[in-house]
Design a protein around this ligand. Structure first.
Ligand SMILES: [Zn+2]
Length: 158
């Protein structure tokens, strides 16, 4: 069992919230990750940082990342992540998932969960798209959303 690849509503609802503020644009019809870009040397990082890791400049600005990229490498996670992992699974229910590094343009490499749980169906270099997926539910019923990358089906996508 992997992340459900269901389409979540793009209209603002009190019953959903992103897992962290400022991680991705939301609500949005075509959500994208938000990183930061150094004004001095143009280095882009994700998640956003207050200072540039390359030149140390504090002149960084919010920067929306490309929604599509290429799978650089991936791995399977077959054991429950250590704290502070906040997922809904327990040792008994955890079924494993895939993690990948996706290269977005020439700008930045992002580590993320992949929607495709079967590593046999993944391929280095394949085109991926950022999607917003349900992650878990809070005690009050609020659905917590996170981001993942989904392989783009070349038959569907133009
Ligand atoms: Zn810099």
């Amino acid at each position: 069992m992997g992340l459900r690849e269901t389409t979540v509503t793009t209209t603002p609802r009190a019953t959903t919230r992103p897992i962290a503020p400022d991680l991705f644009t939301w609500p949005a019809e075509r959500p994208c990750l938000v990183g930061s870009r150094c004004v001095e040397c143009a280095t882009v990082v994700f998640p956003a940082a207050d200072t540039c890791p390359r030149c140390g400049s504090a002149q960084v600005e919010s920067h929306e990342l490309a929604r599509r990229g290429r799978l650089f490498t991936y791995t399977t996670q077959n054991f429950l992540p250590k704290e502070p992992y906040a997922g809904p699974e327990t040792e008994e229910t955890f079924a494993g998932f895939t993690l990948g590094y996706v290269e977005l343009g020439d700008e930045v490499m992002v580590e993320a969960r992949l929607t495709e749980p079967d590593p046999e169906r993944l391929q280095i270099g394949m085109e991926m798209e950022m999607v917003v997926v349900p992650f878990r539910r809070d005690a009050d019923g609020t659905e917590v959303l996170t981001f993942a990358f989904a392989p783009i089906d070349p038959e569907v996508s133009s």
